[in-house]
Design a protein around this ligand. Structure first.
Ligand SMILES: [Zn+2]
Length: 135
């Protein structure tokens, strides 16, 4: 088991765990972007959401809600950015699914998800829809 997040979930590597249940471990990111920046990982290894067992999807997303509520109550941020880097091109650095919950504070210097990428398509929405539905 060479996966860093599997080791954290198995407590072979210590981390600041703030929530845990039979499905997930949620721990503070070691390089926090803001106070309370948390990663939620499924206990059973899955590289990304496509690799995650269907029966884990509900529990994992429920844990995202629980952790967000905990951070809201304790740290009183002004909002959150919640997201997944999926694949190397998006910045995924550990090949074990992890959902970032990043508390947002006034003047934190961050942007929205719309600031992540700037590559609008030349195809029309209808062409794109047809590509998706006809695949
Ligand atoms: Zn893993």
């Amino acid at each position: 088991m060479d996966c860093l997040f599997c080791k954290i979930a198995a407590k072979k590597i210590s981390s600041e765990i703030i929530y845990e249940d039979e499905w997930v471990t949620a721990f503070l990111d070691v390089n926090p972007l803001t106070e309370g920046h948390t990663l939620i990982v499924p206990k059973k290894h899955a590289e990304n959401i496509l690799d995650l067992d269907d029966n884990a999807i509900g529990p994992v997303f429920a844990a995202v809600k629980k952790v967000t509520a905990m951070l809201e109550k304790s740290l009183h941020p002004r909002g959150f950015t919640i997201g997944i880097n999926h694949g190397k091109i998006s910045g995924q650095s550990i090949d074990h699914l992890h959902i970032h919950v990043i508390p947002r504070y006034t003047s934190d210097g961050g942007g929205s998800l719309h600031s992540v990428v700037h590559f609008p398509p030349t195809a029309s929405l209808k062409e794109t829809k047809n590509k998706i539905l006809n695949a």
